[in-house]
Design a protein around this ligand. Structure first.
Ligand SMILES: [Zn+2]
Length: 63
C-alpha cells in the first residue's frame, strides 16, 4: 500500500473522539499519525495501520 507523509488515511475504526481521518506524519516500520479530530498523535506498526485503513486521501500530488 502506498502511503506517504502528508497523506490522510480514513480508518475503518474511528478514534474514540469520533473522527475517522488521520494525518500521516511519519512512515516506515512504524507510522506516526495524528487524529484530525482531537490532534492526538500515535505511533503504530505499519501492519496494524494497513489493516485498519479504509481509504488513503492524497492531499498533495507529486510531493
Ligand atoms: Zn481523536
Amino acid at each position: 500500500m502506498d502511503i506517504r507523509v502528508g497523506d490522510r488515511i480514513q480508518t475503518k475504526k474511528p478514534h474514540p473522539c469520533g473522527a475517522s481521518q488521520f494525518e500521516v506524519l511519519r512512515v516506515g516500520m512504524d507510522f506516526k499519525i495524528r487524529c484530525t479530530g482531537c490532534g492526538h498523535e500515535v505511533m503504530l506498526p505499519r501492519a496494524k495501520i494497513e489493516k485498519n485503513i479504509k481509504k488513503v486521501i492524497r492531499l498533495q500530488e507529486n510531493a
